[in-house]
Write a protein that binds this ligand. Structure first.
Ligand SMILES: NC(=O)c1ccc[n+]([C@@H]2O[C@H](COP(=O)([O-])OP(=O)(O)OC[C@H]3O[C@@H](n4cnc5c(N)ncnc54)[C@H](O)[C@@H]3O)[C@@H](O)[C@H]2O)c1
Length: 313
């Protein structure tokens, strides 16, 4: 049994991970509930409401138990907003520094960190391995890369081991989570299907891809959570992509949603968004080798589970 502190554990991904950890491990969660939903967490979890910007609060939580591992999910994640509000998004970096300093103070020796494909920026190749050049094109991606660099310094100087997980596009549902501020394509499509939104904006259909729309690698949140469980037993510090090694275009995704919902999706092609690469697909060879992990859910299961959660609500 590992004593795990899940920071940001009431959010979309953290709540799925916390639910999977419970039973085999001792689980504590920190969340400021800015986006998190406490009722998604099982009763066995020790929950602490508070902010990672508040060092005294962190110290109080860290003094409660001897944590073996911190999983750090707490961050702001809207890439577009990050370009407009640098001060707000610099919290991602400050929060990570606070966590690392308190880990050193309390002798916690391992961190599993939620990074992002956004660290690669506009990659020069279609299938991206972890040694690809990192060059974020939005401030959100920069905060993730800076957090990774901080973690590597604390590894070198203070002996904190790390597993940095660079997620590609996370989708699907397993707990009935509804994003209150939909900015990703899955919840946006569901808002169109449910009539909350008039139509879907497709940003550009003139890319050099099979149908002109952007291609992304989607990964089911349940598969992603399994990778975190596997990360607990990884001995050597590492950076690993989490994706499926398969890419789907926006138009292909719309078709899959039409199939699982039995409804037509109204969409409108608008101009390209700055910083949107034509194609982003993870190589998942390292994830298989280092974590012994391969995703099992397909796109239809991701679309179907997301739509089911919206229908219930
Ligand atoms: N969802 C994706 O597709 C995706 C892709 C790549 C990386 N990520 C990263 O994965 C992590 C989790 O993403 P998510 O989709 O579950 O997001 P989310 O917003 O649902 O979860 C983040 C959680 O952290 C909490 N939180 C935010 N700021 C906090 C703070 N200052 N103090 C305490 N708690 C705070 C929020 O209330 C929320 O519960 C994030 O770091 C995100 O950048 C997500």
């Amino acid at each position: 049994m590992v004593n795990v502190l899940v920071i940001g554990g009431a959010g979309y991904i953290g709540s799925v991970v916390s639910n999977k950890l419970v039973g085999d491990h001792d689980v504590s969660v920190i969340d400021n509930l800015s986006k998190g939903v406490k009722s998604l967490l099982p009763g066995e979890v020790s929950f602490y409401e508070g902010d990672i910007l508040d060092v005294e609060f962190l110290r109080k939580v860290f003094s409660k138990k001897n944590f073996d591992v911190v999983m750090h999910f707490a961050a702001l994640k809207d890439a577009g907003e990050s370009m407009r509000d640098l001060a707000k998004y610099s919290q991602n970096i400050i929060g990570t520094i606070n966590i690392l300093n308190v880990m050193v103070e309390f002798g916690v020796k391992k961190i599993v960190f939620s990074s992002s494909a956004a660290v690669y920026g506009e990659p020069g190749q279609k299938v991206i391995s972890e040694d690809h050049l990192v060059n974020p094109v939005n401030f959100y991606g920069f905060t993730k890369l800076e957090s990774e660099r901080l973690i590597k310094w604390y590894h070198k100087q203070k002996g904190i081991d790390f597993v940095v997980l660079r997620y590609f596009n996370v989708a699907g549902d397993s707990l009935g989570y509804i994003d209150p501020f939909a900015s990703n394509i899955f919840p946006i499509i569901c808002e169109v299907l449910s009539g909350k939104r008039k139509s879907l904006e497709v940003f550009g259909d003139d890319y050099d891809t099979r149908d002109g729309t952007c291609i992304r690698d989607y990964i089911h949140v349940s598969d992603l959570a399994d990778a975190h469980i596997k990360a607990l037993s990884v001995k050597d510090s590492c950076v690993v992509n989490l994706g499926s090694s398969k890419g789907y275009s926006v138009l292909e995704l719309i078709k899959v949603f039409e199939k699982v919902s039995g409804k037509k999706i109204s969409f409108e092609v608008v101009g390209r968004r700055h910083g949107d690469p034509a194609s982003l697909i993870a190589s998942n060879k390292k994830a298989e080798k280092v974590l012994g992990w391969v995703p099992v859910h397909d796109l239809e299961s991701m679309a179907g589970s997301t739509w089911d959660a919206y229908k219930k609500n």
